[in-house]
Design a protein. Structure first.
Length: 108
């Protein structure tokens, strides 16, 4: 009887360990909703050419243009102060960090 109890207890501990590991693994796959984005690559530097509702376009230092998509997770700063998309104007110098979305668009 003791062997059966010990075996059952051992199996329960193994199952609980596997469940805890699986849950921890799932939590590492999906970042929390408010987690900051992870950026790949260096920032893009340039001058704002135009500003739209969900994007702005910059002329990069190499002369090419880059469309930058924005969404509810995009943060705007001027120095130490938070600003809004509406505060950006053509001619402003910017540094943009972002990543490509599934549509291959650059999202700040």
């Amino acid at each position: 009887m003791r062997k059966q109890f010990a075996l059952a207890l051992g199996l329960i501990l193994i199952v609980l360990t596997i469940c805890a590991y699986a849950q921890q693994k799932d939590e590492t796959k999906t970042p929390p909703q408010n987690a900051p984005r992870q950026f790949a690559g260096p920032p893009v530097f340039g001058t704002i050419a135009s500003v739209g509702v969900d994007r702005f376009e910059i002329k990069k230092t190499d002369g090419s243009t880059q469309t930058v998509m924005v969404d509810e997770h995009t943060h705007y700063r001027q120095g130490q102060q938070d600003i809004q998309l509406e505060d950006l104007k053509p001619g402003d110098q910017v540094s943009v960090r972002g990543q490509a979305n599934p549509n291959k668009e650059f999202v700040a």
